[in-house]
Design a binder for this molecule. Structure first.
Ligand code: UDP
Length: 377
């Protein structure tokens, strides 16, 4: 029997998109009037699959477009044609994309070419610099004029859209990453076995303050990565400190880190953690040192100071609240900022405040409600 319900096609390809969209997929699926279909492009195969497994999400369509070392041109071309064919086959009433990846940009464009309306989750983030982050700043700007529903995580993001004359269809919902964080914390509370893989690290570093490090931005490839590695080595040289470092699989990260950090006893370089383990790592750490976007949103929610190894950020809310600080990728600056937080109790206390500018954990339900209204369900 054919299903007469309108189809909502949710498209994603990377770890952060999966983390931020699984709550939306769940909330859409709770609406009986909607038929929800998920399409993954697998822009980041391994990292994506980790999240799908934890979230219990089996994609309806898997384009599996990962190809090591492929250029942005080739990736974009393959995404555009692949997603276009999926949209033709699925005939959705609406396409949902998230954030600022090539998948989000190409998914929006492919939908636009077919006059299918687009909803953009995490709309309105802007650094103001098209090369920081690159190419994400332009990816997300391309989605803005195409989408007719813009789910801005904060008032600041909505204001950024208004500066581009995007005012219709803007809904301030909070960021779905906080939904994902709360959901995962609840799962770990029910079943601590979900995050036991960190027990050995917790034992090994008992009594030390843990600095949690992640880095993967293109802007930091090359000299930036080496500077970050040297800074980590100096930080971990302190007997009261240990570094927990889930190393991103990008080939521009691991080899540089190994060459500088492999002999450091207080550094645990580990494979990328699945989401429950990463949430536990955030809970264990004293502070986070990162160039990630998502970690800037999660750490303040857990009252952990976050030092951001970037020159600009599209997430000014944490900076304004004093729970995050932009420090760039300079070795001396990284070391001195981390040492300040380790040695100056007042500086630490000022940053280690639970602060949730990014949402209350109910963003996905709001988003599903607006989408259901838009398709008359
Ligand atoms: N993350 C994870 N395991 C890790 C490192 C990060 O699950 O080993 C999560 C993290 O909690 C955040 C997301 O991945 O929600 C961030 O992804 P990433 O830093 O790759 O991308 P960005 O947020 O910068 O786009």
């Amino acid at each position: 029997m054919s299903d007469a319900r309108p189809t909502i096609l949710v498209v994603f390809g990377t770890r952060p998109e999966a983390i931020k969209l699984f709550p939306v997929v769940r909330a859409l699926a709770e609406r009986p009037g909607l038929r929800v279909r998920t399409c993954v492009t697998a822009q980041h195969r391994g990292l994506l699959d980790q999240v799908l497994g934890i979230a219990g999400l089996t994609p309806d369509i898997d384009l599996d477009l990962m190809e090591p070392g492929q250029s942005l041109d080739r990736l974009t071309a393959r995404l555009l044609t692949g997603l276009g064919e999926v949209i033709d086959a699925e005939a959705p009433a609406r396409v949902v994309v998230q954030g600022d990846t090539a998948t989000a940009m190409a998914g929006a464009l492919a939908a636009y070419y077919r006059r299918v309306p687009v909803a953009h989750v995490e709309a309105g983030l802007r650094s103001g610099d098209i090369y920081h982050p690159w190419p994400e700043e332009v990816n997300r700007r391309i989605v803005a004029p195409i989408a007719d529903l813009h789910f801005a995580p904060t008032d600041t993001a909505a204001a950024a859209l208004a500066r581009e004359n995007v005012t219709a269809g803007v809904h301030v919902t909070g960021n779905t990453v906080i939904d994902a964080l709360h959901w995962t914390q609840a799962r770990i509370a029910e079943d601590p076995a979900l995050a036991v893989g960190l027990d050995p690290v917790a034992e090994r570093f008992a009594g030390k303050r843990i600095v949690l490090v992640t880095t993967h931005r293109r802007e930091n490839f090359g000299g930036g990565m080496a500077a970050i590695a040297r800074a980590i080595a100096r930080i971990a040289d302190r007997p009261d400190v240990a570094v927990l470092f889930p190393v991103h699989p990008n080939p521009n990260v691991g080899p540089v880190m190994d060459s500088i950090l492999s002999g450091c006893p207080n550094v645990a370089q580990v494979a990328p953690l699945d989401y429950p383990h990463f949430v536990r790592a955030l809970g264990l750490c004293h502070l986070a040192l990162t160039d990630s976007g998502g970690v800037q949103e999660e750490a303040p929610a857990l009252a952990k100071p976050v030092l951001v190894m970037r020159e600009t950020t599209e997430r000014p809310e944490g900076i304004a609240a004093g729970t995050a600080k932009l420090i760039g990728a300079d070795e001396e600056r990284i070391v001195s900022e981390v040492f300040t937080l380790l040695d100056d109790k007042a500086a630490y206390a000022a940053m280690a405040r639970a602060h949730n500018p990014y949402g209350d954990g109910h963003a996905a339900a709001r988003i599903a409600g607006v989408i259901a209204d838009a398709v008359g369900r």
